[in-house]
Design a protein around this ligand. Sequence first.
Ligand code: CP
Length: 324
Amino acid sequence: MKISHVLSTRQFADPSILQRLFELSLEMEKNVVNEKLFPVLNGKVMATLFYEPSTRTRFSFESAMNRLGGRVISTEAAGHFSSVTKGETLEDTIRIAGNYADVIVLRHFEKGSAEKAASVSRVPVINAGDGPGEHPTQALLDMYTIWREHGRMDKLNVILMGDLLYGRTVHSLIQLLSIFPQNTLTLVSPPTLKMPESYTQILREKNISYTETDTLPQDLSSVDVLYVTRVQKERFADENEYLRMKNCCNVDETILSRLAPNTIIMHPLPRVGEISPAIDADPRAAYFRQAGNGLFVRMALLELLFQKRSLEQKTLVMGEKGFW
Ligand code: CP
């Protein structure tokens, strides 16, 4: 598989492709930790075009590009600081950005915007979140975190809890979890914020065992991953409805005490009350390690995007300066 646009985790629905990507991500991690320089993207330019706010995704993509020797041009509030304010369409903005950059990282408030952008783009488009649609690179770093923490991506008992309707990270993650037949999922959300049918359909098609519930199960002793998402305030038309929902799915010391010693607690962040800071120091709180992993996975993705290697290529050449 050659990566061109990165639009959905559907593109990565193959265990061997994920394994290969994560081995490369691990090499990136080792190189960063060992402060090795590997300017393979020297001369390349990335445009980060963000119509919605971001801390982790934008910073980690930009850091990844810089660490690989490339450069970044950026607009962090494209809706205000680009010619969109004059009425320019997304398609035209993408056509123009493609003249100045070799890859476009796009975050947009509209579901399907990344596919729309890719359809007119002469350079690769990476979906950094399309409204309530998907956030594929977040899900890749989430799976990488699971692999790093548990050493496997199968035979996992996973709880996805929170706003499963609007939470784009879980829409992407569920597609990756579903490619490993022995994973078991529990989907915990208020009835009005349930996982959309189009995603549970994927679980059924893949014969993945799952249950949907509005309360966290009593017995949490066999849970491998407790993945929590924030209620997505920006997607609610009615603020009162958001206020009713916002504390639906919080994790505190009481819940922590019911988890097994090797359970990991994940959250794509930002958190706005779902995870009590009182549990941050517990080794099972993996969310800051998870955010850190975004750098390594995005470096691996960028390297694959620009280099001529495919994800099927098994052998990497390890040299003193890194892995090529
Ligand atoms: N997880 C995530 O997408 O965070 P940001 O919104 O800060 O990029």
